[in-house]
Design a protein around this ligand. Structure first.
Ligand code: BGC
Length: 758
């Protein structure tokens, strides 16, 4: 069988048929995880076709030595790789003397389903071995949202025409590598292996970083639905723990292996305790049984959907897109642990490395803020607060002083680990997004104590960076910022990127406002922070005000100019690029891209999105009309921002097309790269384009406002938001906006400009 199709369904991702050429893409699309660990949808059984095996454990990384053509002073020594960890859901399946392998066997029928309502991956297929044995195969697996260290796999075969011995060999394979290792090194060293029929345990340690992770495995065998006690046999291996369980079956008989795996790490336990915890937890899971674990897990999802679901009536493709995105976000980050963050690929691939980009603050914060308790985003902010010292060190390495902080472009532990000079040194706007997230959080939750306790320190350090990064230009009679890369990475080393200059001075303004606010709510704490940071209230404040009043913001005829010189470019719109040359980053030389006017992702428009309240609608409209035709959206982060602005200015058709592009980016593989993993962080942008775009949700001065617009095709759009101890359900139809308070006290909301008590 060499063809398959993905079906549009409201609550699941479905692939009908098997196409080996799509296997890697499907492995990404059907990934599962639970915030603590995750896996690509690799087959449990052997598969000798093209595949990318990927198992990832949150927070566990390896500092892979930097590899660049020419070393530049200031480069980080390493790139933090998201580590491919021991593979723990594997199962060799042997029928007689034939090894089940879908690349070698004939696939008669095949269906895989990612049940996003329940968080379960299911596969059913009918296959025939080279010797003519026909088999129905069924597998089901999940990673428990309740027991974050537990994964469970149920794998069944049914004989359709034979009588033979079936062996299941569940295993944990410690012999794993990253495909993207810079020097082809191994990143793990096995430190403990117990391969007994009654006890299977493997512990492995990451080289250099010394993370230890333990894996315990325990399996049961079922014959025609009845548990049977087969004597497992140990199978010797240096790098794997594996036990073989064997049973004879005849035509019509079914045999299932139910395997439980517990995964624990030294981030949570003393390393000498890991084994004990793993072995105990795996047995607890096994005695609870697959069905009980599944029930707890699906109840967690039911509760999650209760506050996070978005319903779109009249458009299954759009519906599937948003639910898939919400599902992946929750699989990647559940928010209890302030040491973790949201990697751009989550647990679905290796590309990008690191776990934290500006994506978290700029894109993910609103989603988690509105669909979970404030704690989740607070943890994300505290993550950065904890790394402030490293951000100050990072700035010092680049020549800044006096407690100025430059947060990294990519990090795992606070240290910068990105190493392309134009991004590492120049894409400094990321600092602004971190300040913006603090503003966003406090604006939404009213948690001003956060500012006093943590936020202010971060804001002062970021503002100090900006105050040192600008310089006075005699020629312009203004402060300028030279040699930067804006969000549009298709331009480097530019002067006066409008977005960066704007957000820099916004940070200075916001920090000054925060100093005033903390003075009012907690003068003692303000004094302590100013002392701790050796803040010079006269000199620094005076300088900041001067910069705020005199920053250079390039503009012409009502358009904010992306950077100096942008208008000298040939401004032929994107529609003039032949389709076969798109995406340009896969077809054009880099210098051609740099010289062109084509914009990788929202840049000026990113600023207008963040600071919409500081601009009038006409200005936003004009700038949208100028920049949208020049934008190629070759970053997944781009279409959502354009979609929100399009909704705002009443270009609902544009907003809809851009929405589809963001929400189905991976499902429809717009950028031809889904085989590398999913675009997790941009999925939060998809949520924004629905709730903030079509839903028109804003929060100003503690009050919610809604200005919804509905794409023509949709009968309705419903979403829920948590806001200051209330749960609101908003349903938008063509002629009505229905807002219900499902939890919490009365609240006043502005709907299309009218004040309404809910
Ligand atoms: C984008 C960045 C983003 C990174 C990770 C890049 O392609 O240009 O803005 O931070 O991907 O998502």
């Amino acid at each position: 069988m060499n063809n398959s199709e993905y079906i549009h369904e409201a609550w699941s991702i479905v692939e009908n048929g098997f196409d080996p050429a799509k296997q890697k893409a499907s492995e990404s699309l059907f990934s599962i995880g639970n915030g603590n660990m995750g896996q690509r949808a690799n087959f449990e059984e052997d598969y000798s076709g093209k595949s990318m095996q990927g198992t990832y454990i949150a927070g566990v990384y390896y500092p892979d030595k930097t590899r660049v053509g020419w070393w530049k002073n200031g480069y980080p020594e390493y790139f933090a790789k998201v580590l491919n960890a021991p593979y723990f859901t594997g199962l060799h399946v042997v029928i007689g003397d034939e090894l089940l392998d879908l690349a070698q066997w004939q696939v008669i029928s095949f269906k895989r389903v990612l049940d996003i309502k329940r968080g379960v991956l299911v596969r059913t297929c009918e296959v025939q071995s080279p010797n003519g044995k026909r088999l129905a195969v069924e597998s089901m697996r999940f990673m428990s949202m309740i027991r974050k260290d537990i994964a469970a796999v149920k794998f069944s075969v049914k004989s359709l025409n034979f009588r033979d011995i079936v062996s299941f060999v569940p295993y944990v394979d410690g012999d794993v590598k990253n495909q993207d290792a810079n020097y082809d090194e191994k990143f793990w060293q096995i430190t403990d292996m117990v391969n007994e029929p009654k006890q299977a345990y493997l512990q492995s340690k990451t080289l250099k970083t010394g993370f230890e992770v333990g894996f315990a495995m325990s399996a049961d065998l079922y014959f025609n639905g009845q548990k049977v006690s087969a004597m497992p046999e140990r199978q010797k291996s240096d790098k794997k723990i594996q036990t073989s369980i064997t049973w004879r079956i005849g035509e019509g008989d079914a045999l299932s292996c139910v395997n439980f795996i517990s995964v624990n790490k030294s981030m949570d336990f003393e390393s000498e305790m890991i084994k004990q915890v793993c072995l105990k937890n795996v047995e607890l899971a096994r005695s609870a049984g697959f069905d009980v674990l599944l029930k707890e897990h699906t109840e967690w999802w039911a509760n999650k959907w209760e506050t996070s679901d978005i319903e779109i009536e009249g458009d299954v493709a759009a519906q599937q897109g948003i639910r898939f995105n919400i599902f992946q976000l929750w699989q990647t980050y559940t928010g209890e642990d302030a040491r973790l963050n949201i990697g751009p690929k989550g647990f679905t691939g290796e590309k990008y490395g690191g776990s934290t980009y500006w994506d978290t603050e700029a894109y993910c914060v609103p989603f988690y803020m509105s669909t979970a308790s404030g704690e989740v985003v607070r943890n994300l902010l505290i993550y950065r607060w904890k790394q402030l010292g490293k951000a100050i060190e990072n700035a010092e390495k680049l020549g800044f002083s006096n407690g100025a902080a430059l947060y990294p472009m990519v990090t795992m532990n606070g240290e910068e680990c990105h190493n392309e000079w134009e991004i590492t040194f120049e894409e400094i706007h990321r600092n602004g997004a971190i300040a913006y997230a603090i503003y966003n959080y406090v604006n939404y939750t009213s948690d001003v104590d956060y500012l006093a306790e943590y936020g202010l320190e971060v804001l002062i350090a970021i503002s100090r960076f900006w105050a040192q990064r600008v310089n006075w230009s005699d020629d312009k009679g203004k402060y300028v910022m030279l040699g930067v890369t804006g969000p549009n990475e298709y331009e480097n080393n530019v002067n006066n990127n409008w977005y960066t200059n704007y957000i820099a001075t916004w940070c200075l303004r916001y920090t000054l406002e925060t100093i005033d606010l903390v003075k009012r709510i907690n003068a003692g704490r303000l004094a302590a922070v100013l002392e701790m940071t050796a803040f010079d209230a006269l000199i620094e404040v005076e300088l900041w005000k001067k910069i705020i009043d005199n920053i250079y913001l390039p503009q012409s005829k009502g358009i904010f100019i992306q950077q100096d010189g942008f208008l000298d470019k040939d401004l032929t719109p994107v529609s003039g690029i032949p389709v076969k040359q798109r995406p340009i980053n896969q077809h054009w030389s880099w210098d051609r891209i740099l010289r062109s006017c084509y914009i990788k992702q929202a840049d000026v428009l990113q600023g207008l999105f963040f600071f919409e309240h500081e601009f009038d609608l006409e200005t936003i409209h004009r700038n949208y009309e100028f920049y949208e035709p020049l934008t190629v959206h070759e970053s997944s982060l781009s279409p959502c921002v354009h979609s929100i602005l399009a909704s705002l200015i009443g270009k609902t058709d544009d907003a809809y097309q851009l929405y589809l592009r963001t929400s189905r980016l991976d499902l429809d593989d717009y950028n031809h790269e889904v085989h590398e993993g999913l675009h997790i962080t941009s999925m939060a942008g998809t949520w924004m384009s629905l709730v903030m775009g079509f839903g028109g949700l804003r929060v100003n001065h503690g009050r919610i406002s809604l200005n919804p617009v509905l794409p023509e095709k949709w009968q309705s759009l419903s979403f829920k938001i948590l806001f200051r101890n209330r749960l609101l359900k908003i349903k938008v139809t063509d002629n009505e906006v229905d807002v219900r308070r499902e939890r919490g006290e009365v609240l006043t909301v502005m709907i299309n400009g009218n004040e309404v008590a809910i």
